[in-house]
Design a protein around this ligand. Structure first.
Ligand code: CO
Length: 134
């Protein structure tokens, strides 16, 4: 069911400093920082030949990554995102297998303008897992 690894998301406190590490130390191709007020984060994408790294910095009050950064002061891997062909079919299969879908179970438009869902980390070895319709 799952296809390509679309991205690995890393939560950071200072996205400009983190982006500079990828650009200057690691020599990667990075995007400009983009505020995503609907998602409570600012994003920078690191474009790798086979996938992307998504840097996330909290934006505004009640950002979904604030608590994560309180527990992980140096930042850390926040979630992984796999592509699926049909997000509704994927959701229904996961529910039938007993997996829990976060929030109301309806796909939302994610940071790339495509429908996404998040799956409960307790059902996936402690990893918050995002599905994105390819
Ligand atoms: Co993501």
């Amino acid at each position: 069911m799952i296809g390509r690894l679309n991205h690995v998301a890393i939560a950071v406190k200072d996205i400009q400093a983190a982006a500079a590490v990828y650009r200057d130390t690691l020599g990667a191709d990075i995007s400009a920082a983009e505020p995503q007020p609907d998602h409570g984060v600012t994003t920078v994408f690191i474009n790798l030949p086979n996938t992307k790294i998504e840097l996330l910095e909290p934006l505004g009050e009640g950002s979904p990554i604030t608590k994560f950064l309180e527990r992980n002061a140096d930042g850390g891997i926040h979630h992984v995102c796999y592509e699926v062909d049909d997000i509704i079919a994927a959701r229904d299969k996961l529910i039938s297998e007993g997996a829990r879908i976060l929030s109301d179970g309806e796909p939302k438009i994610g940071a790339h303008g495509k429908p996404v869902l998040f799956l409960h980390p307790k059902d996936f070895n402690g990893v918050l897992t995002e599905l994105e319709q390819a």
